[in-house]
Design a binder for this molecule. Structure first.
Ligand code: CR1
Length: 842
């Protein structure tokens, strides 16, 4: 029996009404209090790390006020929620983002400076939580920021891995993976919910019983563990709304393994408890590939089951009828990784809640939606029926049911069309029978979307063609976006200040489209100068970053040319480094006195992680480092060309790298990069793109103008024909002379590591060059020549840089999230009253 405060008379209510003050003194005393009472350190002398921890706790207190109020308000208003389900979130560091979004950065800066601490050095103390691989995980984090900012009633759900993506070190030019135990200094941002635990079952058996003339199915799991909630507040910008990223951690269930215990095997009993903790221990470090490991399936099911149980509990508190479920709940699947949620909700509705199959299906279908992020065949998840049936026997049964009913409809619509039946089926027959998770996701969802216009169109004409013909209205496009809060406001303070001056306010932070109204400044020499100064300062910051980590001295006047993303053959880092070699050979051939006339000095940087088992990707890293070694130490070359591999690319490093970049490479084989999201961040930060007509590059070209990019290479319609031409022909016939010379130089051991590098070249010489690198190489070289020509004209370059930023409004994730909310989720914003604003009004 908790005493309930009476609004008008109760003293407790008076206390509750108060929010933490944000004066300099209040901030300082809250920090000092946390040093003393939370960290138990002496307030007279504390390290920078303790300072970071205390500041974070002080900011967290403020976040929690907003966070609690937000969900209380949502609950009172009885709103519809969207549940965003994702196995990955790359949220990046929290402190600066929280301060910026709470609009407290300058107050904290001043308060801390007064105590002798530089806030930026404090930021650097924070680990970068890296619970994701690449674009898919970072997209989920940008979406949370936009959902909070736009006041949507939303929940993010994911897993709290103890080990994030590995830390990448470079030793002797090779990638070395180091475990990322990111929690070793604690995590001041999370709130452990000791009271939010759900049981998760695995294995066991299914039994059928007839009860009141109805068949009832029950599934008794033989391994039971617990999922515990850890909440991570995500504040919106320019609003009091703060939403929750709820991450599950696996723990042993309190039901001790009595069998082993009674048999006297104490250690065996403990072992099974440790196995439970292991489930959320490590993120699978694969990007756009599918591994098929049982532990991964356990992770997926744990996320799904705990989340669905949590959503149902919340729904039932309001005692609504089941038929109201879709009116109050939208569930978005971030790729197929959480697709079992469809089946889990079916299971609970039928087996536990006692709904009829058709009624349950209606609720599931109308609440779920699925986003596809790739058409690469190696990424499509297919779980072997033995594995799935063993771990989740009842779920396999339900999948067969769904499939049976679905295929019956298909055969009525297309009698005797066996091809259609076999491509649409959720089950892939063969010696090794599997469940196709994409097919399950499409069949169980009322909306399916791709992540850029080209990608969504390819889904309807290739990968999901038959599904599209069946139900064209189900298929949509939602072009990705990124949050301008983190990617401009936090990462590029110089540019932010400049934009504030141009616009006359910071309104652009929540409305990027207004930047379009200021395009005439692109020609203004004074603005151009300031624009160049900002870029210069950002380049200086990266200069020091590179010097410290790579020991390379970059020329600040050189063109900073950057490709950072996961290492993948389809992203063609190989083409980039082969061009670097081309450039090196060309410089060497040119008489010394003409070199500076012909070549713009360039600092070419690569960064990105290779999946630990992806040998070719690792060899690409080896080649970059071999070239870097050779070129950077060549006295003749000097600062005309530098090549650097930036180790351990992650969100916080990206915040230094992207604002400093002038040219940015997005050069995937046309049709294979679903969207790309860093391309958007680079454009916002005034970088010019060299790229193919792929993914969101197509829409970037539409927005900023093709004349403000360096576009090259085969278009998607040409790729198949080019591949056919190369098939069964000798690479000597399809390599141009420029590429031949480069490959010969590598094979003649110019860079060493002959065994690795020859094997790498064989992927384009003797394996039919699937990614058509050779076919695109000539036009890539030409585009690079256009880059050099333009860079010689600083004013023209800067003008294009300015236009890139001002025309990038479409790529704010605010636009994307609004579209999801209106076109898929049918969700209304719900803004909670801002107490500081209403106090001002009083
Ligand atoms: C795509 O490769 C896209 C992100 C986010 C990736 C990339 O082009 O920008 O998703 N796909 O939508 C992926 O990780 C599993 O697939």
């Amino acid at each position: 029996n908790t005493p309930v405060a009476n609004q008008s008379t109760n003293k407790i209510w008076k206390l509750m009404e108060k929010y933490l003050p944000n004066t300099k003194e209040a901030i300082q005393s809250s920090v000092v209090n946390h040093v003393e009472y939370t960290l138990a350190k002496t307030r007279f002398d504390f390290t920078l790390l303790h300072c970071y921890q205390a500041v974070s706790h002080s900011v967290r207190d403020r976040l929690i006020e907003a966070f609690n109020d937000t969900y209380q308000y949502f609950n009172n208003k009885d709103v519809k929620y969207v549940y965003y389900l994702s196995l990955e979130y790359l949220i990046g560091r929290c402190l600066q983002n929280a301060l910026v979004n709470l609009e407290l950065e300058s107050q904290y800066k001043e308060a801390m400076l007064d105590m002798g601490y530089n806030l930026e050095s404090v930021y650097e103390q924070e680990v970068d939580p890296a619970l994701g691989n690449g674009g898919l995980g970072r997209l989920a984090a940008c979406f949370l920021d936009s959902m909070a900012t736009l006041n949507y009633p939303a929940w993010g759900y994911g897993l709290r891995y103890s080990y994030g993506i590995f830390r990448q070190q470079i030793k002797d030019g090779y990638q070395v993976e180091v475990p990322d135990y990111w929690l070793d200094r604690g995590n001041p941002w999370e709130i452990e919910r000791l009271d939010v635990n759900f049981q998760i079952k695995f294995y066991g058996a299914v039994t059928k019983k007839v009860q009141d003339g109805k068949e009832r199915t029950t599934w008794e799991g033989s391994e039971i563990i617990v999922a515990r909630a850890y909440d991570n507040p995500a504040p919106g910008y320019n609003t009091f709304n703060t939403i929750n990223l709820r991450l599950w951690r696996s723990l042993p269930s309190s039901e001790f393994d009595f069998k082993s215990f009674n048999q006297g095997d104490y250690f065996k009993a403990l072992e099974s408890r440790q196995r439970a903790e292991f489930i959320t221990s490590v993120l699978y470090p694969n990007d756009s590939t599918y591994a098929g490991k049982e532990l991964r399936l356990k992770q997926q099911y744990l996320l799904v089951s705990a989340t669905i149980q949590d959503a149902i509990r919340r729904f039932k508190k309001k005692r609504k009828e089941w038929k109201e479920w879709p009116k109050y709940n939208a569930l978005q699947l971030n790729d197929t990784h959480p697709a079992l949620a469809i089946v889990e909700l079916m299971r609970i509705l039928i087996d536990i809640e006692g709904l009829e199959y058709e009624d349950a299906w209606e609720l599931v279908y109308n609440s779920f939606a699925y986003t596809n992020h790739t058409i690469l065949p190696e990424a499509l998840e297919k779980w072997g029926v033995e594995l799935l049936g063993n771990l989740l026997p009842r779920h396999l049964e339900i999948i067969y049911n769904i499939n049976h009913i679905f295929l019956e409809k298909i055969s009525r619509k297309y009698p005797n069309d066996w091809r259609k039946l076999s491509t649409l089926s959720l089950v892939e027959e063969g010696t090794h029978k599997t469940i196709r998770m994409a097919n399950l996701s499409i069949v169980g969802s009322h909306a399916v979307n791709g992540v850029a216009a080209l990608h969504s169109q390819l889904l309807t004409t290739t990968l999901f063609k038959d599904f599209y013909e069946l139900r064209p209205t189900k298929f949509q496009n939602k072009t990705n976006g990124v949050t301008p809060r983190r990617w401009i406001r936090c990462a590029n303070p110089g540019l932010s200040a400049l934009l504030n001056d141009v616009v006359g306010s910071d309104d652009w932070v929540i409305d990027m489209d207004i930047l379009k109204n200021f395009q005439k400044i692109a020609d203004d020499p004074a603005i151009q100068n300031r624009w160049m100064q900002v870029k210069r300062q950002n380049k200086e910051k990266l200069y020091w970053w590179v010097k410290e980590r790579c020991g390379v001295d970059l020329n600040l006047d050189s063109l900073f040319d950057i490709q950072v993303k996961r290492i993948h053959e389809y992203k063609r880092q190989l083409m980039n480094i082969l061009y670097v070699i081309r450039r090196y050979l060309d410089i060497k051939k040119t008489p010394a006195e003409e070199r500076r006339k012909l070549f713009v000095p360039r600092s070419i940087m690569f960064g990105g992680k290779a999946a630990p088992g992806y040998i070719t990707a690792k060899r690409i890293i080896r080649l970059v480092n071999a070239v870097s070694q050779k070129v950077n130490n060549d006295q003749e070359i000097g600062d005309l060309l530098k090549v650097v591999f930036l180790p351990n690319y992650n969100v916080s490093n990206a915040q230094v790298i992207i604002p400093a970049s002038e040219l940015s490479q997005h050069i995937s084989t046309a049709g294979l990069e679903a969207s790309g999201t860093s391309n958007m961040k680079f454009v916002m930060n005034g970088c010019l793109i060299i790229g193919t007509m792929d993914g969101a590059n197509v829409e970037i070209a539409e927005e900023v103008g093709e004349e403000n990019m360096f576009i090259f290479g085969a278009r998607v319609e040409q790729v198949e024909e080019l591949r056919n031409k190369m098939r069964n022909s000798n690479y000597r016939d399809y390599f141009g002379p420029r590429l031949t010379e480069v490959c010969d130089a590598i094979s003649n051991d110019l860079f060493g590591y002959k065994y690795d590098l020859d094997a790498l070249l064989d992927t384009i010489r003797n394996k039919n060059d699937y990614y058509i690198l050779a076919a695109d190489f000539e036009s890539y070289c030409e585009a690079q020549q256009r880059v050099d020509n333009l860079y010689k004209n600083k004013s023209e370059w800067t003008k294009k840089s300015i236009l890139n930023t001002l025309r990038s409004g479409k790529f704010s994730s605010d636009r994307t999230i609004r579209q999801y909310a209106e076109e898929i989720w049918d969700l209304e914003p719900c803004e909670i009253p801002n107490p500081s604003k209403s106090e001002q009004e009083r």
